[in-house]
Write a protein that binds this ligand. Structure first.
Ligand code: SAM
Length: 467
């Protein structure tokens, strides 16, 4: 399979030209840009470059308010929750920012067996999770066969009334043939973060191993989508290179996918570099991103690609996560452990084996409760993926708002299951109020009645009801 040329995917020179030509918008121009963004039709590269120069407090507030409005229109109060499951910290890469780097000889290496994966999954099910992200280091042990085995082990594990209903994967890019083999295992999104689109910085950060090949990483979706896995997860690791340049390049990548395959990325992740054991760039990133810049990144991505899910992990603190939910984040991880075996404590020395330090240490239940107090509706919905509404089919329904009709009922049904089976009494009390409030927001008398009936069925012991 021929790899497309790098410049046909992300034209770095064009990104630089847009940034050089951009001028801070005056109030009238900003109003025009935000009006266009509020129509949820996205923004052009030059327009995004202008928004990146907004600095004045009143203009920044207007930018944030527009992002919050778009977020609310498309996602309402729903927030999707998941946990990462680190399957392996074995890695032949030597990323300067990551504790899993091969030159970190202090780290104890571990790749979970299918039995150990089941043990972790039982713990996760027992705490109420329904959606997982399997994370793999880049190592021959993490072959596609092992990935398939891992995905199958997750789906085969049942515990009490629960099971995992959607498995996403974060791993090194695969070949087209390997993506074809992975597809029948039934994964949701395949995530590969480009880390930085700026090639010289990329090459400095990833000196050896397969990850040193910038083009192989950049062309991952040109093998993944043709193999039939069309829910793709993009990301930049913020702190490696100038945030404006990398964000613009990321959006170029998203536009390329839309143009070439008729479907943009399913999700965009915005990890920011955290300190990591024995990783020099973890402590001193070359281009640190401040909290203020980070908020802008989220708001701008939300305005530029309104229909793309945005993921924020536990790298960030609870305060920052609360703010970012308003500005555009639609999915968060919760209660994460970033070492293989970290949940069921197969090995006790969690800190030493963790990939990086996390900023939010709260449990899933505490986070669910906090979301309720803030007026959000936690969701474990997996209906689209399980009904085959992925990739282009998903976008065709998402853009005119057709599936949103069912998103709210599905969120309510999955949250209700959590309250019945796993919640603490405090979370259950506030959660029931959230359900009552959101039931009234369902448009259409019939759908509301049907949803109320399904909620009663859940109370009577039925499970896994969705539209
Ligand atoms: N081996 C896979 C690959 O090649 O993409 C998975 C990489 S890693 C386990 C998942 C992601 O964690 C990376 O893509 C990177 O963006 C992020 N990451 C690595 N080190 C980090 C750090 N110190 N702070 C925050 N995020 C980090």
């Amino acid at each position: 399979m021929n790899q497309p040329a790098v410049e046909s995917i992300v034209d770095g020179a064009a990104v630089s030209r847009s940034l050089e030509a951009a001028r801070p918008p005056d109030d009238a121009r900003l109003q025009d840009l935000l009006d266009k963004a509020r129509a949820c039709a996205g923004l052009e590269r030059d327009e995004v470059a202008e928004l990146m120069l907004v600095e004045q407090p009143a203009q920044t507030e207007a930018l944030f308010a527009a992002a919050a409005e778009v977020k609310q229109r498309i996602y309402g109060n729903r927030v999707v929750l998941f946990a990462p499951l680190y399957v392996s910290n074995e890695c032949v890469g030597n990323c300067l920012y990551c504790a899993f780097r091969v030159s970190n000889r202090e780290l104890r290496r571990k790749t979970l067996t299918p039995d150990e994966i089941s043990q972790e999954v039982r713990w996760l099910i027992d705490h109420g999770y329904k959606r997982l992200l399997l994370v793999f280091g880049d190592h021959p042990k993490n072959s596609v066969e092992h990935m398939i085995e891992a995905v199958e082990a997750v789906y085969a594990t049942h515990e009490g009334p629960g099971e995992i209903r959607r498995v996403n994967v974060n791993a090194a890019p695969l070949s087209y043939e390997d993506f074809c083999r992975l597809k029948p295992a039934g994964i949701g999104t395949f995530q590969v973060f480009q880390e930085t689109y700026h090639r010289p910085t990329y090459e400095r950060a990833h000196g050896m191993g397969p990850k040193a090949d910038y083009q192989w990483r950049l062309t991952v979706w040109d093998r993944c989508i043709p193999a039939g896995i069309d829910d793709t997860g993009l990301g930049v690791l913020y702190g490696l290179y100038d945030w404006r340049w990398d964000t613009l390049a990321l959006l170029e990548h998203a536009a390329y996918l839309d143009r070439t395959y008729g479907v943009g990325p399913h999700t965009i992740s915005v990890p920011r570099i955290e300190p990591a054991f024995m990783a020099p760039w973890g402590k001193t990133p070359p281009a640190p991103v401040s909290d203020d810049q980070f908020r802008r990144i989220i708001a701008i991505i939300r305005l530029a690609v309104p229909y793309t899910g945005m993921i924020l992990s536990t790298r960030e603190t609870p305060e920052m996560r609360r703010e970012c939910l308003r500005l555009g984040i639609s999915q968060i991880s919760a209660g994460s452990r970033t070492s293989p075996g970290g949940y069921s404590e197969i090995d006790k020395d969690e800190f030493e084996e963790a990939q990086f330090q996390v900023g939010d240490h709260r449990s899933l239940d505490e986070i669910m409760r906090d979301l309720c107090h803030l007026g959000y509706l936690p969701s474990f919905c997996t209906a689209c993926y399980r009904s085959g509404r992925t990739g282009q089919d998903f976008m065709e329904l998402a853009k005119p708002g057709t599936i949103h009709h069912f998103c709210l009922p599905n969120a309510l049904l999955t949250f209700k299951e959590y309250l019945l089976d796993y919640a603490s009494p405090e979370t259950r009390a506030v959660g029931e109020l959230v359900i009552q409030h959101h039931l009234e927001l369902i448009e259409g008398e019939n759908l509301r009645r049907q949803t109320e009936a399904k909620l009663r069925e859940l109370e009577a012991g039925e499970r896994d009801l969705y539209y």
